[in-house]
Design a protein around this ligand. Sequence first.
Ligand SMILES: Nc1nc2c(ncn2[C@@H]2O[C@H](COP(=O)(O)OP(=O)(O)OP(=O)(O)O)[C@@H](O)[C@H]2O)c(=O)[nH]1
Ligand SMILES: [Mg+2]
Length: 350
Amino acid sequence: MKLGIIGKPQSGKTTVFNAAAGRQEAVGDFSQAVHRAVIKVPDKRVDILGEIVKPEKITHAEIDFLDAAGFTGKGKQSTTFDFTPELHQMDAYIMVIDAFSPGANPAIDILDLFDEMILSDQVMIENNISKRQKKMKVTGDKAEQHELDLLRRCLAHLEQEKPLMDLELQENDEKLLRGYMFLSQKPVLIAINCGEDAIDKCVEIVAQFSHFADPGKKELVALCGQMEMELVQLDPADRDLFLRELGIATPAMEKVIQKSYALLGLVSFLTMTGPEVRAWTIKRGTSALKAAGAIHSDMERGFIRAEVTHFDDFVEHKTAAALKAAGKTRLEGKDYIVQDGDVILFRFNV
Ligand SMILES: Nc1nc2c(ncn2[C@@H]2O[C@H](COP(=O)(O)OP(=O)(O)OP(=O)(O)O)[C@@H](O)[C@H]2O)c(=O)[nH]1
Ligand SMILES: [Mg+2]
């Protein structure tokens, strides 16, 4: 999964990136620098399984993170947008919104950023349509007519200032469109970046902006980027103490990643093979056969069956023998739909 951080200049993008990746890139220097990191997906289940079976190796699922420049020009005064081209390749965005500086206007910034994404797609579609029209004139190829019609529909939609994620499309058209990697077709997690004084008001802040949320497309989270960044720089024992003092159960970054997961319709399953406990990421609704393929193509090709235990049952019964005795391990075929938190042993033969 690829997540791109976007936002206005000085909204705290690099601060949030540092918090997520445990890095110490310079902040507040107006550099608009681009940063990349591969981060582990925090998942308590992996750690708990690790404690039970004590493997040699624990591997979390991973996310590619990109901290990209938003507007160009001079800080908050800049008006022109220049999306880093790589942003098109992301699966979803984290939109970092300044709610910490005096005079910040989060609602306006959210609207501005969505507008700019729509505008960027509009320009791309207009260019594409004119190129296609010219080509069709020369070749007379009618096969391209369908795609041209689809793009025209998208353009009409964007001209009404609506993002492509709101356009109702048939499945094959949606797939076709995904190939263009438009910005406004991807889900967005709006991260309201609050000051330290608002740390205990995150719930109220999310409620205040809830009209921007749209389940499965736009979600909201409130966090204090500055504090989250300081938090990851502490060693684990100090971090727990710090969180407890503040009365916070989970660091906001964990929530950010969990919400991005949900937004993308992703779930995790776990494997314990030989010396390794490992989490894997798949789309919700993936069959056991395809889940096996996510690990190795041989496993998909030679799939025999999946032995499935749910994580909660594993924690209760702990050993394979106890699980079998309690009837908590099921044998499933290739069409079984893998559930979030399934612990799976694939049987295969190649
Ligand atoms: N008080 C407070 N300040 C913050 C917070 N998050 C970021 N800042 C400050 O805001 C300034 C900008 O932070 P950056 O993370 O560099 O912002 P950016 O969006 O990456 O900036 P550019 O890359 O230049 O566009 C820095 O001085 C940060 O210390 C926060 O949660 N609280
Ligand atoms: Mg930055």
